[in-house]
Design a protein around this ligand. Structure first.
Ligand code: NDP
Ligand code: OXD
Length: 320
């Protein structure tokens, strides 16, 4: 009987391990504690599959029989943080459940800023009845920074509402309904046309710290919201928290929504907590559902054991 290890830190290991056991009854499903520590009877060297979310790096050298690694999320920066990794395939989550959740978040946050959500919340708290500026969706361009699975899906839901969508990626793309830019050359034009920037980038050495003062200064300034808006639901390591807090305070950003942060949970002393027109959510834009997402992981394991190929594989050279 092959063994599977659910090794998570911060998440509930039982929800994943119980669901995987249900779906793979002929496997021995093991789990770490919520602290990521493993204290089971089965030696780590007997484990074939690692199901990981911010697993402890010290487990890796002991997993000598590993055949594949599965990220329990779409992002895989937490897997690269375990390096050196054994030479086994690494798969990530691409799933309609996750895509729908992210699309909901992006539409929710774009509309929050478009329809002056933070402004009306402030007026309500002050018991004031006042109309705020109210442009049409068609007057605004949403720039998707990252047009992979999630960015492309979110853009396709924004267009029927009326928003113009444009996209930016590493490599050249042609996506119906949106003008696409790529690379450093394309970035300046992309930013200069963007009223609401939605970042859905993986965290890599190239994207670390990319959402900084310099980038903010290159966004379109004369849009109908009185300034650009930044929404980041990719990774906190892609942003410079202090730059965003300063840009909001000084009016270089008209608003922002951040789901991810350089340090999570966001430290109590962060200037972001009190920055104006900022909506903070605690890394919940597209929460991984153990019930829904375990199905594809179990299917992947069964396919792999029949000699088939895994899907949603991470490109280990590219870094995502
Ligand atoms: P994909 O791999 O499908 O898409 C990534 C996109 O980013 C691609 O368009 C890629 O371009 C682009 N990209 C990567 N590096 C660069 C670069 N250096 N310059 C320009 N563009 C770049 O990922 P997903 O859409 O599935 O997910 C995106 C990220 O969202 C995840 O990596 C994860 O970090 C985050 N996430 C956050 C969640 C949350 O709850 N907050 C939930 C789920 C995911 P190209 O295609 O040309 O390579
Ligand atoms: C993910 C996440 O990467 O939830 O899936 O952040």
């Amino acid at each position: 009987m092959k063994s599977v290890l659910v090794a998570v830190k911060g998440w509930d290991p039982d929800a994943w391990a119980d669901r995987i056991s249900e779906l793979l009854p002929d496997h021995n499903v093991l789990r770490t504690g919520k602290d990521g520590l493993y204290s089971g009877d089965v030696p780590l060297s007997d484990i074939s599959y690692l199901l990981a979310w911010y697993s402890r790096p010290e487990l890796i050298p002991e997993l000598t029989g590993l055949e594949a690694i599965f990220s329990l999320g779409a992002g895989v920066d937490h897997i690269f943080a375990l390096s050196p990794l054994p030479d086994v395939p690494v798969a990530r989550i691409v799933d309609p459940d996750m895509t729908s959740r992210m699309c909901e978040y992006v539409v929710w946050q774009v509309m929050q800023h478009h329809r002056q959500g933070p402004g009306y919340a402030r007026l309500q708290a002050e018991h004031r009845w006042k109309e705020l500026v109210h442009p049409m969706a068609g007057d605004m361009t949403v720039g998707m920074m990252g047009i992979g699975v999630l960015g492309t899906a979110a853009a396709s839901l924004l267009r029927p509402i009326g928003y113009r969508t444009i996209g930016w990626s590493r490599t050249k793309k042609a996506i119906p309904g949106m003008q696409c830019f790529h690379g450093e050359d394309g970035l300046t034009i992309f930013l200069g046309r963007t009223d609401i920037l939605v970042a859905l980038l993986p965290l890599t050495p190239e994207t670390r710290g990319i959402l900084n003062s310099d980038l903010i200064s290159r966004l379109k300034k004369d849009g109908p919201l009185g300034g650009p808006v930044l929404i980041n639901a990719g990774r906190g390591g892609s942003q410079v928290d202090e730059d965003i807090a300063r840009a909001l305070t000084e009016g270089d950003l008209a608003g922002a929504s951040l789901d991810v942060f350089q340090t999570e949970p966001l430290p109590t002393g962060s200037p972001l907590w009190d920055a104006p027109n900022l909506i903070i959510t605690p890394h919940v834009a597209a929460v991984s559902s153990p019930h829904a997402l375990s199905v594809q992981i179990a299917d992947q394991i069964r396919t792999f054991e029949r000699g088939g190929s895994l899907v949603n594989l991470v490109d280990m050279q590219r870094g995502y």
